[in-house]
Ligand binder design. Structure first.
Ligand SMILES: Cc1ncc(COP(=O)(O)O)c(C=O)c1O
Length: 372
């Protein structure tokens, strides 16, 4: 966000900046969703919904799991939330007691450690590298489990690495966390943004965990602020109470708009977008490798490439600043995502169109040649 703010101030001075730092694609919200949102406003659907969400939307999400993934999830176990950010906060609030430890991958989504602290938990960062595709494994979790550990949180595909945790590894993780008496939270916000395989859900393995998801990324609704969580039956009353206290409800027109997210028209548009993102990924992974960055693991999903920049700099934060100033290309430094080797990494987001990515690569090429 800081880099984005600096990039915007350069733009205000008339500089053309290539944005490869932004964590949301440049696509507009699909038209059927926008229309449903307008219709909701015009129909006066502007009052609170129940704290756990609009019943029709909870049912539509349940139906989505059935039709897309072949899993039966009762709508009673689904809560609609203000983005998956709301779902992450509700689930951690429901599970954590002061002093409870939460295991998570480093690098990982930065807000998680702050959410854990918010509820007086202790984030325990586990260093991950290319040998495990930058994902937690059952072995790593077993090694780091302590008497205070209560929760494991992981994202597949991950931000910032775009890598996935396989269902076979997840199966071992589910079994291990159950054996230890802990709670597993799996963030599937990038679930349908995978490029080499079919989308999957950990809910096909077990009901005994919390799954986080969102209309933000795949469905193109970042600014509408609608997400959801699936939880075991036992959590529903406490999450209901917490939601009543934290948020009262998720935005009502946005929930009505989200009802159109599962229509055939929307889903076929989203598939076209997924193909475009795949094209961007395939181009950018090769291009940055050619420039001299190292991408040790092919990112399978999301819209990020986590690349090593040790060939150019000892400190990616300084490096990213210089690139912004001198090449007008905005990247995200590794230190946004944790401490593990973060100085040696930058994140490229392919959230802008191919022609802009090509221009960004050309500018980087010119700039990096001067360094050598
Ligand atoms: C892994 C991950 N989880 C959760 C979020 C939060 O997204 P939202 O609150 O828009 O659903 C993000 C946003 O970038 C993310 O990358």
């Amino acid at each position: 966000m800081d880099i984005l703010a600096r990039a915007r101030s350069m733009e205000a001075r008339g500089v053309d900046v290539i944005h490869m730092e932004i964590g949301e694609p440049d696509f507009a919200t699909p038209e059927p969703i926008v229309k449903a949102g307008i219709a909701a406003l015009e129909s006066g659907f502007t009052h609170y919904t129940p704290a756990l969400g609009l019943p029709q939307l909870r049912q539509a999400i349940s139906q989505y799991y059935r039709s897309q993934f072949g899993v039966n999830i009762s709508s009673d176990r689904i809560a609609v939330t203000p983005g998956s950010s709301g779902a992450l906060q509700l689930s951690l609030a429901a599970v954590l007691n002061p002093g409870d430890e939460v295991l998570m991958a480093d690098p990982g989504y930065p807000c998680n450690r702050h959410f854990v602290r918010l509820f007086e938990g202790l984030p325990a960062l586990i260093a991950v590298d290319e040998s495990t595709r930058y994902q937690l494994t059952a072995e790593l979790i077993a090694k780091h489990w302590s008497t205070s550990t209560r929760v494991v949180i992981l994202a597949s595909p991950s931000n910032p690495t775009g890598t996935c945790c396989s269902l076979s590894e997840l199966k071992k993780i589910v079994a291990l966390v159950k054996e230890k008496g802990g709670v597993l939270i799996v963030d599937e916000i990038y679930q349908s943004l995978v490029y080499d395989s079919e989308p999957e859900t950990v809910l096909s393995l077990s009901d005994d965990l919390i799954v986080i998801n969102s209309f933000s990324k795949y469905f193109g609704m970042t600014g509408w602020r609608v997400g959801w969580m699936v939880m075991p039956d036992g959590f529903v009353p406490v999450v209901d109470k917490l939601a009543q206290n934290f948020f009262l409800a998720t935005s009502t027109p946005a929930q009505y708009a989200a009802l159109a997210a599962f229509s055939e028209g929307t889903l076929s548009e989203l598939e076209r977008r997924r193909q475009q993102l795949k094209q961007r990924r395939d181009y950018l992974v090769d291009a940055v490798t050619e420039l001299g960055f190292k991408v040790p693991v092919m990112p399978q999903g999301a819209f990020y490439i986590y690349a090593q920049c040790a060939a150019f700099s000892k400190d990616s934060r300084v490096f990213v600043d210089q690139i912004l100033e001198r090449a007008a290309v905005a990247l995200t430094p590794g230190n946004d995502f944790g401490h593990n080797q973060s100085k040696h990494y930058v994140r490229f987001a392919y959230t802008t169109e191919l022609s802009r990515l090509r221009e960004g690569v050309s500018r980087l090429s010119t700039y990096l040649k001067q360094l050598r």
